[in-house]
Design a binder for this molecule. Structure first.
Ligand SMILES: C[S@@+](CC[C@H](N)C(=O)[O-])C[C@H]1O[C@@H](n2cnc3c(N)ncnc32)[C@H](O)[C@@H]1O
Length: 229
């Protein structure tokens, strides 16, 4: 129906105007979680994310430190022996927060070279140079290490890319069965995980400042068995 399509187009235009209007405000609120002030890092300022061809691939934004901590806690897992992997890690705040937990490996991947350069500076400032691994790469090419995983996603890409990442994760699980949990913030394509038949919903958390900091977590059966009561 033509009127419905035109209404949809107008609604999307308005939404993007409103987003642009409120984003600096949101960024300042995030900055007030004190993380950057405490550590001398730059994680809160928003920026456009571009690939090596200069094409715009989503924007960089992050969430309140408490939203990350709550999502990690909601898994009720002992992270010893697990790798924490942030696909679309931007300036690396979740990696720096994950360092407070006993993860065996902490790994971030982003397609935007400038964000990874800032993530490297942030990591080095916290003295985590040898602890946090960073890669400039397209997450759709990422090979999951064959160990227990917590995969962290903050709405990093649209459905087609997410579909590839989910398929690669399932493939990796079939080759190396192991406990895997997924934390998905602003989970626009959560149905893709549910549809695998491998992941079950483990928890939901709410945002601290904005709605889009809310998360859904998934676990496979091996991770589900490890969850503490
Ligand atoms: C919303 S930000 C999340 C940043 C970080 N995870 C956090 O929570 O602070 C999304 C990030 O995904 C990255 N991204 C988008 N498409 C990507 C892709 N195909 N491969 C890797 N990173 C990608 C963007 O460059 C951006 O930094």
């Amino acid at each position: 129906m033509a009127w419905l399509e035109s209404f949809g187009r107008r609604a999307r235009r308005w939404k993007s105007r409103i987003d642009r209007l409120f984003f600096p405000w949101f960024s300042r609120r995030i900055a007030r979680d004190g993380f950057d002030a405490r550590h001398g890092t730059d994680t809160a300022t928003l920026c456009e994310a571009r690939n090596d061809q200069g094409e715009l691939v989503y924007r960089y934004e992050t969430v309140h430190v408490r939203a990350m901590e709550t999502a990690l806690d909601s898994l009720r897992l002992d992270f010893t022996g697990f790798a924490f992997i942030d696909l679309g890690c931007g300036k690396g705040k979740p990696l720096l927060v994950a360092d407070r937990r006993p993860f065996e490996r902490i790994l971030g991947v982003d397609i935007d070279r400038r964000s990874i350069a800032i993530a490297e500076q942030n990591r080095d400032r916290l003295g985590l140079t040898s602890r946090v691994e960073l890669q400039v790469a397209d997450a759709t090419h990422f090979l999951f290490p064959p160990m227990p995983l917590v995969v962290y996603l903050f709405n990093p890409f649209p459905a087609p890319e997410m579909q590839i990442v989910v398929a690669r994760l399932v493939e990796s699980l079939q080759r190396h069965p192991r406990p895997v949990a997924v934390i998905y913030l602003n989970p626009r394509h959560a149905d893709l995980f549910a549809a695998t038949g491998i992941f079950e919903e483990a928890a939901r958390t709410r945002g601290v400042i904005a709605d889009h900091e809310s998360s859904i977590s998934f676990v496979n059966d091996m991770a589900a068995r490890l969850r503490q009561p």
